[in-house]
Design a protein around this ligand. Sequence first.
Ligand SMILES: [Zn+2]
Ligand SMILES: [Zn+2]
Length: 348
Amino acid sequence: MKAAIFYGAGDIRVEDRPVPEIGSEEVLVRIKAAGICGSDLHRYRSAPKQTEGRMFGHEYSGQVVEIGGKIQDVSVGDRVGIEPLVGCGKCNYCLSGMYHLCSHLWHIPSFMEYQKFPRNKVFKLPDHISYEEASTLDCIAVAVHALNLSSLKGGETALVLGAGTIGLLTMQTAKAFGAGAVYETGTHDFQVRLAKELGADAVVNIKTENLLEKMKELTGKERARYFELEAPRGVDHVFEAVGGPKSPLEDALSVVRRGGTITAIGSPRNPVNLSSFVMREVRLIGSSSYAYSKSEPEFRIALNLLSAGKINAKELVTHTFPLDKIKYAFDVAADKEKWNSVKVIIRP
Ligand SMILES: [Zn+2]
Ligand SMILES: [Zn+2]
């Protein structure tokens, strides 16, 4: 079969690999759609040494072509969404259903024609969900997990920083969870348009607009006793979905209300002054991947939201490419401004 192998920064080659052999509790899936994630792009650009000769990707869907001898509730021909996360299965985190925090957590890679998965990682898809839409389930589950951690209550207001795939899905998931007004920031015009189209109550283009001024308009303003300056009253919840060296985590502290929450989904890599976070009793929450909410897989909750039409994933898929064009696909995903790309999908 064909599989994409990474050799270094900007160096991906499609090579021949054997089709994986399944065990009795595994299924073999013909991968039909596999999305390029921001974390794949990060490795594509920076190429850490340990990624040489490895396969990437973890957002996928496909069709079951073979099942292990002990499996009875999945059939050959089933269309499935696939959860990529696998823990060690033995540590305290794994045993208590928090396998996303396992120190041996890994993603089963996807940029290839066939892949094998444990039975409990595949979820049957209803007919009305396309393979492309289903390949975003991993991203929707990330949003579901962030919302669960934030403890957002019905009617509360939220601001999502960032209008990439995760930002746009978090905005929609916040609405599905019953948020009142949900605002969003974007850096490119096409992101702003898309965020509005997908239901954001207001979108701030941080390239051309001032976030603080805009939040004063949207949430009202107040003046503290000893301060000259007026500040926005702020939203109940901020979700940070940008990450990297330009993460707006500090902005988040100026636009969240006192006692509000900031849930960081991106990986901020810049220094942040957290002084106002203590005085204002802001709760800062880190959110990584997903696992269970109570005893329900968050991946299943994501599938239910998508299936019920509460999440529009179709509009996020801006480009699709065959596996042979994977290098080109990565370049399109990497330059959002040039290509107006949001989610770029490989069809192996
Ligand atoms: Zn991802
Ligand atoms: Zn573990």
